[in-house]
Design a protein around this ligand. Sequence first.
Ligand code: FAD
Length: 309
Amino acid sequence: MTNTIVIAELNKGSIHSTTKELVSAAQMLGSSCTVVVPCTDSSVADSISSTSGVEKVIVAKSDIFANYDASGWASAIDSVTPEGIIIASASPQSKDLAARLAARRKVSVVQDVVAIQDGKLTSPVYSGKAMQTVSMSGNAVISVRQNVFDASPDGGSAEVSVIDASGNVATAVRELIARASARLDVSEANIIISGGRGMGSPDNFSHLEQIADTLGAAVGASRAAVDTWDDIPHSMQVGQTGKTVNPNLYIAVGISGAIQHLAGMRSSKYIVAINKDPDAPIFQHADYGIVATWEEALPVLQSSLSAMM
Ligand SMILES: Cc1cc2nc3c(=O)[nH]c(=O)nc-3n(C[C@H](O)[C@H](O)[C@H](O)COP(=O)(O)OP(=O)(O)OC[C@H]3O[C@@H](n4cnc5c(N)ncnc54)[C@H](O)[C@@H]3O)c2cc1C
């Protein structure tokens, strides 16, 4: 029987909903699922111990988990995690952690898994131009994209143990100074509306922000927008050299659909494209396409959404 160990994904001190999706993935790979929760406050583990399919919860408690630090986290988590297949989220931070855990344990890492069938893992390669399916022999570390699996429902009652994970850590990050932004980050969002160079000017992103506020969405951008305008930060960039996202709904406005942009958003559940050029490549990947300028389309979209909400 294969042990599976889920590394809980945390967001601002609470367990992120994707952790229950990771438990579903774990159930497809093994029989006994343990969840390791790296945290500073052990009460955060309550929400995961009642999840169906979780047999054991190991709360790895340490001050170092206040801020991400690659080597400190990998060392601390490795020291409390049992042998088995380790499953983490495919967020940028957890992909980094996954690779480091795999290196420490001298096992393979498979990143960005989007399907599991008969113990085989499918993930995109070459910026999403192809999909690979690999089988595992023995233990490995895998990262799973958000929104791929249904969340495991409530209904479990796992045994919870709390371990002090500070023991072997040489360095820790005391404080992170981030660029202040009140807006939701694209990697956290279930709905994203992104703008490209076709928006014409960074000021016009305010039209995207209005729609984002109505929908509870995050605002993203293409690399051309980020490279052209200083006001559009790299943290908004979606794509090969930006963030990989997997929301339920991705709205691309004034974005041509270059392969490098698609690499970061192609697996979104629904893609809507607004572009004035009917031949724009984005339309080949869109579930719904609107051939219009954003100046025509966005006010109509905004007023329909406001009426609905
Ligand atoms: C190594 C490498 C890595 C890269 N990484 C990334 C990445 O991570 N993310 C990324 O996005 N790109 C990336 N790129 C760049 C990528 O190749 C494209 O250049 C970029 O995605 C184009 O951005 P865009 O679609 O916004 O701009 P454009 O290609 O200029 O397209 C603008 C679109 O807007 C439309 N448009 C114009 N005006 C309007 C209007 N008024 N209303 C509606 N539509 C309008 C046009 O028809 C056009 O389709 C990378 C490139 C390389 C070489």
